[in-house]
Design a binder for this molecule. Sequence first.
Ligand SMILES: C[S@@+](CC[C@H](N)C(=O)[O-])C[C@H]1O[C@@H](n2cnc3c(N)ncnc32)[C@H](O)[C@@H]1O
Length: 412
Amino acid sequence: MSLALDERYREIIGFLKPFESLWLGSILPRWPESRTSFPEAWLSFLGSQSFEDQRAFEDERPIPGMPEDLALLLERAGRVCELESVDEAWSLADIDVQGLNLKKQHEISRLLPLLASEGKEIERAVDIGGGMGHLARLCVKNFAWDFHSIDRDPALQDKGRWWLNRSRGLDKAKLSFVNAEFSEQADPRVDALFNGEKSLSLGLHTCGGLALSQFRKSLASSLIVNFGCCYDKMNLSEDVNRSALALELNLPWSQSSLFLATRSRKGLSVAEFALMKRVNEYRFAIDLLFRKLYPHLGFVVAGDASKVLYAGDFSRYVIDRFARCKLELSLTADELNAYFASDVIQKEIAAIFAAHMLQNLFARPLELAILHDRALWLSEQNYSVRLVQVFDREQSPRNVAIVAHLTNARIS
Ligand SMILES: C[S@@+](CC[C@H](N)C(=O)[O-])C[C@H]1O[C@@H](n2cnc3c(N)ncnc32)[C@H](O)[C@@H]1O
């Protein structure tokens, strides 16, 4: 087991555990009880900051004059999340980037140098959840690997075949699309792709527990590279705390903390932060209104409204949401807007927003707790494992690769 991984995991858990009450549960459904978990000095400081200062905090940057203990927490959150990173970019020809959005171009241009250096011995590769097979196609072109791209979505794979046909400068016969629902169950067509040496098992943004299914099926692969995503789709009873160390340290998980782990992102633009803030404020204010008008209903799920409703005033949003929830509304548009603008409501939503900003501070550490646990589990299976930040977080937030080489001890 890698000592560095082990130590870092202990640090992350040591950081998270004392603040469990801040990140384990959702804030809004339990408000105002949930408020008691947050130091009032932090809530009032963050709640009263300017738009730009709040955006800085959301971006994990300190705000001048912030309470000392909060500044220390922010600094520590950054420190426990430090990871090795790579920033070499492969230059992609115009024909190669056809069909790739900017995010995918960034991801592939960063991944190719990593795969080139980690995969020198590789001759065969499998991509789990390979979608349209853009990454597979460019690996075939640059490394001449025999490649199988597995995905359950035949429409995506048809598009992938179309892009493959249009491409130049590669042996197209080396790339095959395998349409299959990948799971840990035996499937002769899929299992045949996972034996033998000099093989790479790749998963670029495997949703939820699919990463673990990939690992379990790949235990003969000489190299495993995986990026996780959608941690909230993990099964709470099966997919978390898998490694011996995680079982020992026993960090508690909940559906909402898994969801929080998917929320860490950096570099929100002014417009993105403004929209996020507006969505939150409307959501919090309507929640307070639901409670006032329909106290017996408990927490009402308002659902996602269309973007245009957040651009308009509060009353339009409320009228739309009440209709969706089939609830009667006797207040006029003016009354609703006055309610939203009132001091009491503005103060309350500022505090709820501040609590969410504080909770978001734990998103990245939670994500890294999940990824370290997976990495530790792989080290228990005789892999030598590193975690590497491959993408810029601003461009692709699920940016950490688990890079695992089967050790000689296991092969011999
Ligand atoms: C987040 S996308 C990533 C696609 C691709 N790797 C990329 O980075 O562009 C996840 C992909 O995994 C596929 N997928 C999810 N679960 C799957 C499963 N159990 N078996 C096969 N494919 C799966 C989806 O159809 C989708 O194409």
